[in-house]
Design a protein around this ligand. Structure first.
Ligand SMILES: [Zn+2]
Length: 415
């Protein structure tokens, strides 16, 4: 089907490249590449957000992706996840229109499936033979699943700090994998740069891969389709920040085409222990540097001590949308995990961080009770079982298999 993608452009030097070239970063200067679209044609021709309704997944929006033939699409129904309206937390806080975008319901239990469905399909489309990523667990599981299903060769190294279940999942999905040892994220960045320059290895790491975050635009499309409007604020957990940047790009496209008249305020959330975006945002900087200790938080999926290439895109989305960078403690995260669970969703600590930050922003008066607010729940708590045990705990009471004791239990709970 017709798509509107026309090429890749470097953020730094402005050089333009074909989408058919197997590029990661800019071959001229090493900058990040961004997919470009024929906006005038989009504005003139696009009549509905969902251009291909045969797909009940994010692929219904494929007119907004680079062109990929249907035979190369590797899909398991990712995207089109429910936008759940909060009942209990909404009431507790007094925010009537509070929503959770529930990406715990994705094929491998995390939002990463959007990006890998697109990036693996695209890699097949342009004839790439092998690829690579490093991961804190969720991305690795996702790339392993999509590579296996799509017969694509990928090597996945998983951070030593990842929990053992996530490491095992990568193997279960058939991933070619190893555990990655390191002392700081600077070492990983150097390895990634050299993987391109010395090995010519195609990468799936967010932003270094120029296509993955294009899939995150689908958050904007789905939310606008479901709500019938743009929310006032969105809260995203931020690791590398592909989610927040892609979503922001998607909203801007919709605004440009004329489906909406504005974009939401975009808030990025990190653990207090390593909140480099907040540190940069608070001093008005356009780039973030190394900050904090990534081992000192329960929010494993967003624990990093420095951003990729200064995190400029992420900060740009925050500044331009009048959003912000927030940091939350592990205590706030655990409390938010319980809040979220009472509304029926078991989100991993990194996802609960978005809810914790929303509560913080509301208490600070940054968002108001009349606002329409969306928290992105990026991954399932089932991927981090120790956090479920920590937040939920063992039931304290025991009864014997005896109806009188059961009656006492009912009485105890007053039901
Ligand atoms: Zn460049």
């Amino acid at each position: 089907m017709k798509t509107y993608a026309v090429g890749l452009r470097c953020d730094d030097c402005g050089s333009e490249f074909s989408l058919r070239e197997p590029l990661t970063t800019c071959p001229k200067c090493g900058g990040l590449l961004e997919a470009q679209y024929d906006k005038a044609a989009m504005k003139a021709e696009v009549k509905t957000i969902a251009g291909d309704e045969r797909f009940n997944s994010m692929w219904r929006y494929r007119q907004f992706f680079p062109e990929i033939q249907e035979k190369n699409i590797v899909t398991m129904g990712e995207g089109r996840t429910p936008l759940i309206k909060s009942i209990h937390l909404a009431k507790k806080l007094g925010i009537e229109n509070l929503y959770f975008k529930n990406d715990t319901m994705m094929p491998t239990g995390s939002f990463k499936d959007r990006g890998f469905s697109l990036a693996v399909s695209y890699a097949k489309e342009i004839g790439i033979q092998r690829g690579f990523t490093y991961s804190s667990g969720n991305a690795g599981s996702s790339l392993a699943a999509y590579s296996s299903r799509g017969d694509f060769n990928a090597v996945i190294v998983v951070e030593y700090v990842a929990n053992s279940l996530k490491k095992a999942l990568i193997q279960l999905y058939g991933g070619k994998t190893a555990i990655l040892e390191y002392e700081n994220f600077g070492q990983i960045s150097t390895m990634l740069e050299q993987a391109v320059s010395k090995l010519g290895l195609y990468q799936f790491v967010n932003f270094i891969n120029p296509i993955r975050h294009e899939a995150m635009k689908t958050y904007a499309y789905e939310i606008v389709e479901d709500l019938g409007k743009v929310p006032d604020a969105m809260f995203h957990p931020v690791g590398t920040g592909g989610g927040i940047w892609g979503t922001y790009k998607g909203y801007n496209e919709l605004a440009y085409i004329g489906f909406t008249d504005r974009v939401p305020r975009m808030f990025g959330v990190q653990p207090e222990a390593c909140a480099h975006f907040k540190e940069a945002f608070d001093r008005g900087a356009k780039e973030a540097g190394a900050y904090g200790d990534y081992t000192k938080t329960i929010a494993q999926s967003i624990a990093s001590d420095s951003p990729l290439q200064g995190g400029r895109r992420v900060l740009k989305a925050m500044y331009e949308s009048s959003g912000g960078a927030l940091a939350v403690s592990d205590e706030e995260i655990m409390e938010a995990m319980c809040d979220l669970a009472k509304d029926g969703i078991a989100g991993e600590p990194s996802s609960a961080a978005a809810v914790a930050a929303m509560k913080q922003a509301y208490k600070a008066g940054t968002i108001q009770s009349g606002d329409t607010v969306v928290c992105v729940i990026t991954g399932s708590a089932f991927k981090q079982p120790s956090s479920i045990q920590l937040a939920g705990g063992e039931p304290k009471m025991h009864i014997n298999a005896n109806v009188d004791e059961l009656a006492s239990l009912l009485q105890h709970f007053g039901i």
